[in-house]
Write a protein that binds this ligand. Structure first.
Ligand code: HDE
Length: 699
C-alpha cells in the first residue's frame, strides 16, 4: 500500500474544542471562566472567613488567577530583548528559478506570509527605542516548503569574526555586572575596553557610531543578512548571495540630541511609529535584493567573503532586486507573537544554504539552544507564531507543553505497522550543498581575515562631511563616558590607523594629542556612495508627521490649509495646543488637539508650524514647553513655518530673524498658498544640514 501522506499530516485536533487563537466571544464564552472552564461568579472578591476575616486557602479561583499572574514573564532575550513585530507578506517580482529553487521565489503571483521583528540589541525589554545601537531585522517567511528565517541587522557587517567571541562582546556592552548600569548603552568603560582590544570591531564601530545607530523609524532603515549564504538552483548549482532589505520610504536617521530627548518624551517612539503606520493603513514596504557572486569572483576580492566584518561594495557586485515585503497587520497579542516568535538562521528551505562563515556557524547552534531556555520547551515550534503554515509532521513526541495530539502506536521510522506515518522523502527533502572538505582540525583565524582597517576607511571615505561630523561627535560622546584614560587612548589610536582626519578630530574633541597615522591595511580606498545615507536620501513627506503648535485665537481655517497641503503629500498634521482639549479658534469653536504642548514636543515631529496669531497670548510666549518646541525644531534642523506669533516665539527661544534660513518660512498676515507649498517642499527635504554649523560647535 502506498504511503498516503508524504508531506505529513497536520496535528490532529479535537473538533469540538475551541481554537486557541479565538476571542472569548468566538469561543462562545461571554462569561469569564477559570482555566478549566468553570464560570466565575465573583471576579473581584476573594473567598474569606467572614466579610473581614482571613482569605481561605481553599479559594482555587484566587490561587489559579494569582499563580498564572506570577508566571506571566519568561526570560527576556539575552540580546535583542526589546522588539516590535508585524505581520505581512512577501512577493517576488518574477520567477527566480534561474538562481534558486526556493519555492517562495518562483511565482510573482504567490504571496508568502511573513512575521517581522525589529529590535535593539543591548537594552532590556523595557528600555528606550532611540538609544544608539544596532537594530535587529528578523523575518520569518512561512513558505510552502517550511519556515525560512532571515535573521539580520540594519548594519551589513558585525563586530566580530568568530562566534567564540560573542559572549565576551555582549558581556562587555551589557550593563556592568556589579552595578547593572548603564542600560541600553555602549557608552561605558567595559564596552570600549573590549572594543579597543579587538581591532576587528573597527569597521562595525564606524557604522554603529554613524547615524545608522539612531534610525528615524523601523520603517526607514535598511536590513542585511550580513553573512554570505548560498542559493541553490534546480540543477544543484550553488551561487553565493548577500541579502539586503531597502525600505521603500528611504533610509533616514534622527539627530543625536533629538534621539536623547525622545528617549524621555516617548520611550516607545519606534514601536508606536510602526504600530500607528500599520494601523492607519500606511503599510511599510521593503525591497529584498541579493548580491550574487560565485566562488571564482569571491576568490578575486581583496577580502574574505566568509568574514562578517566585511561587506561587498555595491560597485563591485550590484544589487539584484528579488521582490517586495509589505507589513500590513499588527500583532493581535504582543506576548503571544512578538515575544514568543523564535528565529533561527538554521531555519532554511530547499534552495537556500549556508556558508562556512565562523560567525554564522556559531549562530546555528545558539538560536535553537536559546529558545529552549527562553520558551522553556523543545515544542516551541507549536506556538502559533512559530508553526509552519505548510503540512508538517514527524515522529517527535512528548516534551513540556506538547500541544498536538498524535494518534497511533508508531513513533519511529522505518515501521511496517502504520503505512500513513511520515517517511523521509529524497526527492522533496532538504539537501545540503555537497561542498568538498578535507582539512586539519584546527583552532585558527585565517590569514584572509587579518585586515581590519581597509573597510573601516572605505566607510569613512564614503560619507558626506555632515555624516563624518556625526561619526566624530558620536565617538566623542561615547569615549567621553569612559573613565579609564588608557582605554580612551587605545581606542583613539585605532581611529588614527583608520584615517588621520578621523583620529585627529576625535582626539581633538576629547582634548588628546594628535599622533602619526599608520594607514594600516589596504591604503587609500575608493569611496562607495551606496554606503552614505545622505547621498541616497529621498525627498518625500510620505507618512511624516508635522506638528502644528497653535495658540488660542488662531484661525482654524489656516490650520486646515496646512493640513490639506501636508496630506496631499502623504504626511499627517497633528495639532499641539496649550491645553489638551484644543485651541479656541478665531472662528469660535474649540478645535480638538492631538497633543498638549508638554506631551507633544517638537522632537516627535519631522517639521513644525508655529501659529501664535497676530497678537499671541502671553501664555504662548512665556511657556517653557512652547519655547523648547521652537528651539528644538530649529536645533534639529527641521523646517519651520511661523506666523507673526510664531516668529515672536522663535525670538523668545533665542532665534532671531537674522538666523532664518531657507528652511524657515515666515508667514505674512495673509498666508498664501505659495508659502504653504514652500513649507511642504522644504519639509520633504527632511533637514537643512547646512544649518548644523550654526547650531553646534564644530568637531
Ligand atoms: Fe543574534 N542572537 N547572535 N545576531 N540575533 C539572538 O536568539 C547570536 C548575530 C540577531 O527578534 C538570540 O532568539 C550569536 C548577527 C537578531 O527574536 C541568540 C551570534 C546577527 C536577533 C543570538 C549572533 C544577529 C538575534 C537571542 C554570534 C545579524 C533577534 C534571542 C555568533 C546577522 C531575533 C534569540 C528576534 C537574537 C545569538 C550574532 C541578529 C542568543 C551567538 C551577526 C535580529 O541566540
Amino acid at each position: 500500500m502506498a504511503r498516503a501522506t508524504k508531506g505529513g499530516t497536520p496535528p490532529s485536533s479535537n473538533s469540538t474544542a475551541p481554537e486557541l487563537g479565538q476571542t472569548a466571544a468566538e469561543r462562545g464564552a461571554p462569561s469569564i471562566t477559570t482555566n478549566q472552564g468553570v464560570v466565575i461568579a465573583d471576579n473581584r472578591n476573594s473567598l474569606k472567613a467572614g466579610p473581614r476575616g482571613p482569605t481561605l486557602l481553599e479559594d482555587f479561583i484566587l490561587r489559579e488567577k494569582i499563580t498564572h499572574f506570577d508566571h506571566e514573564r519568561i526570560p527576556e532575550r539575552i540580546v535583542h530583548a526589546r522588539g516590535s513585530g508585524a505581520h505581512g507578506y512577501f512577493r517576488p517580482y518574477k520567477s527566480w528559478a534561474s538562481i534558486t529553487k526556493a519555492h517562495f521565489l518562483q511565482d510573482p503571483k504567490r504571496k508568502t506570509p511573513v512575521f517581522v521583528r525589529f529590535s535593539t540589541v543591548a537594552g532590556g525589554a523595557g528600555s528606550n527605542d532611540t538609544v544608539r545601537d544596532v537594530r535587529g531585522f528578523a523575518v520569518k517567511f512561512y513558505t510552502q516548503e517550511g519556515n525560512y528565517d532571515l535573521v539580520g541587522n540594519n548594519i551589513p557587517v558585525f563586530f566580530i569574526q568568530d562566534a567564540m567571541r560573542f559572549p565576551d562582546l555582549i558581556h562587555a556592552v551589557k550593563p556592568e555586572p556589579d552595578r547593572e548600569f548603564p542600560q541600553a548603552s555602549s557608552a561605558h568603560d567595559t564596552f570600549w575596553d573590549f572594543a579597543s582590544l579587538m581591532p576587528e570591531s573597527l569597521h562595525m564601530l564606524m557604522w554603529a557610531m554613524s547615524d545608522r545607530g539612531i534610525p528615524r523609524s523601523y520603517r526607514m532603515m535598511e536590513g542585511f543578512g550580513i553573512h554570505t549564504f548560498r542559493f541553490i538552483d534546480q540543477a544543484g548549482t550553488s551561487r553565493f548571495v548577500k541579502f539586503h532589505w531597502r525600505p521603500k520610504l528611504g533610509s533616514f536617521s534622527l539627530v543625536w540630541d533629538e534621539a536623547v530627548k525622545i528617549a524621555g518624551a516617548d520611550p516607545d517612539f519606534h514601536r508606536r511609529d510602526l504600530w500607528d503606520a500599520i494601523d492607519q493603513g500606511k503599510f511599510p514596504a521593503f525591497e529584498l535584493s541579493v548580491q550574487i557572486f560565485d566562488e571564482e569572483m569571491a576568490a578575486g576580492f581583496p577580502f574574505d567573503v566568509l568574514d562578517s566584518t566585511k561587506l561587498i561594495p555595491e560597485e563591485l557586485v550590484p544589487l539584484t532586486p528579488l521582490g517586495e515585503m509589505v507589513l500590513d497587520r499588527n500583532p493581535d497579542n504582543f506576548f503571544a507573537e512578538t515575544e514568543q516568535v523564535a528565529f533561527h538562521p538554521g531555519h532554511v528551505v530547499p534552495g537556500i544554504d549556508l556558508s562556512n562563515d565562523p560567525l554564522l556557524q556559531g549562530r546555528l547552534f545558539s538560536y535553537l539552544d536559546t529558545q529552549l531556555s527562553r520558551l522553556g520547551s523543545s515544542n516551541f515550534h507549536q506556538i502559533p507564531v512559530n508553526q509552519p503554515k505548510c503540512p508538517f509532521a514527524n515522529l517527535q513526541r512528548g516534551g513540556h507543553m506538547r500541544m498536538s495530539v498524535e494518534k497511533g502506536r508508531v513513533a519511529y521510522e522505518p515501521n511496517s505497522l502504520d503505512m500513513t506515518a511520515p517517511v523521509q522523502d529524497p526527492d522533496r527533502g532538504y539537501k545540503h550543498h555537497p561542498e568538498a572538505m578535507e582539512s586539519p582540525k584546527i583552532r585558527i583565524r585565517p590569514e584572509s581575515f587579518a585586515d581590519h582597517h581597509s573597510q573601516a576607511r572605505l566607510f569613512w571615505k564614503s560619507q558626506t562631511d555632515t555624516e563624518r561630523t556625526h561619526i566624530v561627535a558620536a565617538f566623542r560622546f561615547e569615549l567621553s563616558k569612559v573613565d579609564v584614560a588608557a582605554v580612551r587612548e587605545r581606542m583613539v589610536g585605532h581611529l588614527f590607523d583608520v584615517d588621520a582626519e578621523l583620529g585627529g578630530r576625535v582626539a581633538a574633541a576629547l582634548g588628546m594629542p594628535a599622533r602619526q597615522a599608520d594607514m594600516a591595511g589596504g591604503g587609500e580606498a575608493q569611496p562607495s556612495p551606496a554606503l552614505s545615507l545622505l547621498k541616497k536620501a529621498r525627498e518625500t513627506l510620505e507618512t511624516r508627521k508635522i506638528g502644528c503648535l497653535v495658540a488660542d485665537g488662531v484661525s482654524a481655517d489656516l490650520v486646515d490649509q496646512f493640513r490639506r497641503a501636508v496630506e496631499r503629500k502623504g504626511g499627517k498634521l497633528m495639532i499641539v495646543s496649550m491645553k489638551r482639549g484644543g485651541f479656541q479658534s478665531a472662528e469660535g469653536p474649540v478645535v480638538p488637539a492631538d497633543f498638549f504642548v508638554q506631551g507633544g514636543p517638537s522632537i516627535l515631529f519631522d517639521a513644525v508650524v508655529l501659529l501664535g496669531g497676530s497678537q499671541p497670548p502671553a501664555a504662548f510666549l512665556m511657556d517653557a514647553a512652547a519655547k523648547h518646541f521652537a528651539a528644538d525644531a530649529f536645533a534639529h534642523l527641521k523646517t519651520i513655518a511661523a506666523d507673526d506669533g510664531g516668529v515672536a516665539l522663535l525670538a523668545k527661544a533665542g532665534i532671531g530673524q537674522a538666523d532664518f534660513d531657507e528652511a524657515v518660512v515666515p508667514l505674512s498676515a495673509k498666508v498664501t498658498p505659495a508659502a504653504i507649498s514652500r513649507f511642504v517642499a522644504s519639509a520633504a527635504r527632511h533637514r537643512l544640514w547646512s544649518r548644523e554649523a550654526k547650531v553646534s560647535a564644530p568637531v
